[in-house]
Design a protein around this ligand. Sequence first.
Ligand SMILES: *Cc1c(COP(=O)(O)O)cnc(C)c1O
Length: 415
Amino acid sequence: MTEIATFPQLHIPNTIAAGPGPGNTDARVLARFANAGLADHMHPDVLRGMVECKEMLRKVMGTDNVHTFGVAGTGWSGLDMMFSAVMPGDKVVMFVNGTFSGIDGLTVRMKAATAEELAENSLDPQTDNVVVINVPHGESVTGEIVEAALAEHKPKWAAMSHWETGSGRVNDVQGFSDACERHGAMGLVDAVSSLGVGDFSIDDYPGVHGWASCPQKGICCLPLTYAPVSFSDHYIETLRATGTRTFCHHPILEARHWGIIDGNDVEKGTYHRTHSAYAVSAFHEALRLCLEQGIARRAADYAFHEAALRDCVEAMGCQVTSNMPSLVVLNLPETMAGREMELVQHCRAQNFGIWPTLSAPVQVRIGILNLLSEAAITDIVTRFAQAIRDLGGSVDQSRVDAVLRQHYSAAIAAE
Ligand SMILES: *Cc1c(COP(=O)(O)O)cnc(C)c1O
């Protein structure tokens, strides 16, 4: 028998996580993760922590929905649970304007396809009952687009990304909700990149019956924790009537561990799966942090710092095509067109973690999740300008400096 080699201990460097996500996990969250005691998933303090998380999450999401809790895993885990109510044969209209809503579309086709359709092309099933409305990369889904599609197709479900992180576009959730109400469709929204960044209350959108987010972006809680979800009573009744073929991601069953049983809050949860005391503790701290800072304050900070970053890259000659407050998506100056991927790789090699777009056209994405300070934005801008120079481009540094000064000295004056 050959001996199995032992690998050296894994070291992962610290990078500047200036991409679309994951965001920079707050030191307070990491400390709770590392310092929680080992307690099993039915320990009273773990169960109490989960109930408190559930209550804080309702505040963060702005909802009275009883079925509001976290799904263990990443954004896709929450989305998989949200889409679990979509059953084979259901009529669905999907609005797709980038990478992530495109994958949501795939998820829904997998769930809504009949067994025969799924077997026909199991990794990319095609089914007539899912209508995909494609909106070009770089454009937003508008209320008019949603209205026209729902009026024509009259689906049971309609789904959209709130903010499409692939192209950095904010979609019209008000128009989406209104159209859903008018046409009796149940709206489902991928709020993975908006929760904890934007200032909104999900109860203001009564046409939307299911919401799913993630731990790693606006909530700043990457240590694999919980994807927030929230479901209206109407969603839960609909799901209860049809059922769904999942135990793990079953919205009614999983809610039990968070102390939600038969549509009511109960004092403590019952076993669904083995939750981690470390994860509960980290998630709890991330939500506390969110509420201490306040959703409105955070949203204002994102908008302020995004504007500074946007103006700086425009001063370098880049063209910004996004309108998301946590992310700038751009084309390089004319003279460097087509070198976006090369520039991103150059930056990433220096642990300056910016991103390309994941679907065509290739653009640069720079994110500011939990990087809300003059120092952090100045660092990003300085590194990005240097990368352009390293590739042979030129940057008018005095113009960039003037933009930074203008944004940040005005802020100091305002305080
Ligand atoms: C990041 C993202 C996802 C995927 O989230 P994971 O945490 O990687 O699973 C899905 N939808 C949107 C809109 C996203 O931004």
